[in-house]
Write a protein that binds this ligand. Structure first.
Ligand code: UDP
Ligand code: MG
Length: 156
C-alpha cells in the first residue's frame, strides 16, 4: 500500500468542487487517511514547488497556491500515486482528457484544480510538509475486503 498527497488548489475550493473531487477518489476505492482545509504559507508553497524554482511560472504558481484556502488530502491504496495521477489527468486543463478531474472541471493551464505527488519520494516529502504524523490515520475501511481480493498474501 502506498500513500499519496493531493492538494485541492484554491480554484477548486473557490469554485465549490471539493466534494465532487474527493468523491472521484472515494468512488475509485482510494482510502482517505488525511483531510484538512488550510491555507498554505508562502515558505511551504516555495518548498513544495522547489523543483520548479527556475521556471517562469514559479512566482505566479506560489502566489496562486497561497491565494486562498486549499484542501490537503492523503490517499492510500495499492498504486495510489499513479492511480491518483491518472484520475487527475494531464497538467493543462485545456488538454486533459474528458473523464479526468482536470478534463471535466477546468479549461485553464495554470488554475488546474489539483496537485498529486508524482513519485514515492515526492509523496513522502509532501505528506511530511502538509500533515503532522498524528493527522494521518491508520484505519481499515469495512469495504476493504470487497475493494481488493484480500485472500492472498497481498491485496490484489
Ligand atoms: N504550471 C503552470 N504553467 C506551466 C506549467 C505548470 O502554471 O506552464 C503550474 C500548474 O498549476 C501545475 C504546476 O505548475 O500543476 C506544477 O507543474 P507540473 O509540471 O509539475 O504539473 P503537475 O505535476 O501538477 O501535473
Ligand atoms: Mg508535478
Amino acid at each position: 500500500m502506498e500513500t499519496t498527497l493531493i492538494i485541492l488548489k484554491p480554484d477548486a475550493v473557490q469554485r465549490g468542487f471539493v466534494g465532487r473531487i474527493v468523491t472521484r477518489f472515494e468512488e475509485k476505492g482510494l482510502q482517505l487517511v488525511g483531510l484538512k482545509l488550510t491555507t498554505i504559507a508562502k515558505t511551504t508553497a516555495e518548498t513544495h514547488y522547489a523543483p520548479h524554482k527556475e521556471r517562469p511560472f514559479y512566482p505566479g504558481l506560489v502566489r496562486f497556491m497561497t491565494s486562498g484556502p486549499v484542501v490537503v488530502v492523503a490517499l492510500k491504496g495499492v498504486g495510489a500515486i499513479a492511480i491518483a495521477r491518472n484520475l487527475m489527468g494531464a497538467t493543462f486543463g485545456s488538454k486533459a482528457a474528458p473523464g479526468t478531474i482536470r478534463g471535466d472541471f477546468g479549461v485553464s493551464n495554470a488554475y488546474n484544480l489539483i496537485h498529486g505527488s508524482d513519485s514515492p519520494e515526492a509523496a513522502e516529502k509532501e505528506l511530511g510538509l502538509f500533515f503532522k504524523k498524528e493527522e494521518l490515520l491508520d484505519w481499515t475501511p469495512v469495504s476493504q475486503e470487497w475493494t481488493y481480493d484480500m485472500t492472498g498474501p497481498k491485496p490484489e
